[in-house]
Design a protein around this ligand. Structure first.
Ligand SMILES: Nc1nc2c(ncn2[C@@H]2O[C@H](COP(=O)(O)OP(=O)(O)OP(=O)(O)O)[C@@H](O)[C@H]2O)c(=O)[nH]1
Ligand SMILES: [K+]
Ligand SMILES: [Mg+2]
Length: 513
């Protein structure tokens, strides 16, 4: 082994590379409410079985319940046989063209439905295997009759949650980040979520990781060439310097992406918006207005809200967990004091703070106190210093004299609102949209966001390994560090996919997808 002058080390030690491991618990179980829907269609136990079983699977792929048309699909080698045995005439229709067929039960011969059937011979299908789609009338009896008929065909069994997508992944039709994008697209509830999911399904994050991995492979080749042929005069000069340059470039790119930090994840699971202020400012009125339902009790009595009340809302296309909190004041009874403590705790977790005051009551002790404490500290931070965003709202503008509130130079920039008349709501929504775009990232522009803790984990692992590369004085260790770094990028797109990660991801799918 030839050592470069900067990497002198007496011995060549080969330490086994630490396997890039991912915590086995579900890393994305953050947002309580947004995840309820995942729980609804989550299959119990581990992920779907590996596709090597060779079985042909079938499932209802459209939604449950009565509908105009239901789509039932199959995937696997017996798909063509199942199609022929259920239909008359018993020949296979032209590939990828809809044909009208009478479906009947293969055992009793009883007609089940007249339906459109589609035949997708592998590998040009969603899963890469032979697939069939039956577009049948969506009545429950028709659907269950056809599912039963399919179940009676030898070699066919009902699909498990996510099994179609898992087969697509196994046959290289989708990489892991695309699978995640597909899961998110199915679950997307707001416009921004849909845009982000679609970009991920299009493979943008995957492409980026693969191009980074390619650069690492080049750097590794340079280091290995130096190890093997360092003394050879034919070796082009400066190979190690080239590797160093590539590593440095990658470090910059990874650093920029990690700085993006939790924006993509927030967009996926919801940003925390917390409404705070002194008692009776109208916090609960605003929460009810934004969520368009009576989440919180509104009353003229100060100290009405005591617990933190959280509700998921779609604010200007962004998914938000909106929290109503107790009015901040001192000297209240023990129950209200506990409410105040919880309000302050929630405030610390907020991505966006909506601080609300009664515009007609700015001189009261509780208003002054709120201005001197919360507004003075959070409101004074510039957005770059603090990751929390801040909007100051002066409510009850309808109570102000017609000439307006008059200039208040001691207040930070603020918005006038009346929850009673709705005046100023439009400007508040626009201000919130801007803050949310800053907190969640804009999914239609810029580089693809990291949507899961898993992505961040592997990029960070990659960056750490690059740090080891730069520090290692031994060339063999340096090469090993590059291999570890590349391993993290491969894991991100599912190249080195540990079963356990696959299980976590495929759990998010419904049966039939
Ligand atoms: N005139 C007027 N009254 C309002 C407005 N918004 C809220 N109110 C009234 O102000 C009172 C307090 O409203 P809430 O929404 O309960 O205020 P809160 O900040 O949640 O109060 P606590 O939970 O007790 O801290 C109620 O009687 C509301 O009807 C407004 O824009 N104009
Ligand atoms: K109140
Ligand atoms: Mg309240």
């Amino acid at each position: 082994v030839v050592h470069s002058p900067t990497r002198l080390h007496p011995r060549r030690i080969l330490v086994p590379a630490p396997e890039p491991q991912f915590p086995p618990q579900n890393p994305d179980s953050g947002g309580a409410v947004w995840n309820v829907r995942y729980a609804l269609c989550r299959r119990q136990g581990s992920g779907a079985p590996a596709p090597s079983s060779g079985a042909t699977i079938f499932a209802l792929s459209s939604g449950q319940g009565r509908c105009g048309i239901a789509v039932i699909r199959t995937s696997g080698p017996a798909s063509g046989y199942a199609l022929r045995i259920l239909t008359a005439p018993r020949d296979l229709p032209a590939a990828r063209k809809a044909s009208l067929r009478l479906l009947s039960d293969p055992c009793s011969g009883e007609p089940l439905d007249r339906a459109l059937v589609l035949w997708f011979p592998g590998p040009r299908s969603f899963t890469g295997e032979d697939c069939v789609e039956f577009h049948v009338h969506g009545g429950p009896a028709v659907v269950s009759g056809i599912l039963q008929a399919l179940g009676s065909v030898p070699g066919l069994r009902p699909a498990e949650a996510g099994e179609f997508t898992r087969r697509a992944f196994a046959h290289g039709k989708l990489n892991l980040t695309e699978v995640e994008g597909l899961a998110d697209l199915i679950h997307a509830e707001t416009e921004a979520q849909r845009r982000q999911a679609l970009r991920q399904l299009d493979g943008e994050l995957g492409h980026l990781c693969r191009s980074w991995a390619r650069n690492l492979t080049k750097a590794l080749a340079h280091v290995e060439a130096y190890i093997d042929f360092g003394e050879d005069d034919n070796l082009e000069e400066g190979v190690l310097e080239q590797a160093d340059i590539q590593v440095r470039e990658l470090e910059v790119a990874l650093g920029a992406h990690l700085q993006d930090a939790r924006r993509g994840q927030r967009l996926r699971s919801g940003a925390h918006v917390v409404v705070t202020g002194p008692p009776n400012a109208g916090k609960s009125s605003l929460v009810n207005l934004l969520s368009r339902k009576p989440v919180s009790i509104v009353s003229p009595e100060p100290g009405t809200t005591r617990d933190v009340l959280e509700t998921p809302v779609d604010l200007a296309g962004f998914p938000v967990l909106l929290s109503d909190t107790a009015g901040l004041r001192e000297g209240a009874g023990p129950v209200e004091q506990e409410g105040v403590r919880r309000a302050q705790e929630r405030l610390e977790q907020a991505d966006v703070i909506v601080a609300m005051l009664d515009a007609s009551d700015l001189a009261s002790p509780s208003s002054r106190n709120f201005l001197d404490t919360v507004v003075a500290t959070v409101g004074a931070q510039s957005p770059s210093e603090s990751s929390q965003r801040f909007v100051l709202v002066l409510n009850k503008s309808d109570l102000l004299p017609p000439e307006g509130p008059g200039p208040r130079p001691d207040l930070p920039p603020n918005l006038l609102l009346s929850c009673l008349t709705g005046e100023g709501l439009h400007s508040l929504l626009e201000a919130l949209r801007k803050e949310l775009a800053a907190v969640c990232g804009d999914p239609s522009t810029g580089s693809p966001l990291l949507t899961r803790a898993r992505h961040q984990h592997h990029l960070k692992g990659c960056l750490d390994a690059l740090g080891h590369y730069k520090q290692s004085k031994d060339l063999a260790l340096a090469a090993e560090a590059l291999r570890v770094a590349r391993g993290h990028l491969t894991c991100l797109t599912g190249g080195g996919g540990a079963e356990e990660i696959l299980d976590i991801i495929f759990r998010d799918f419904c049966v039939g997808k």
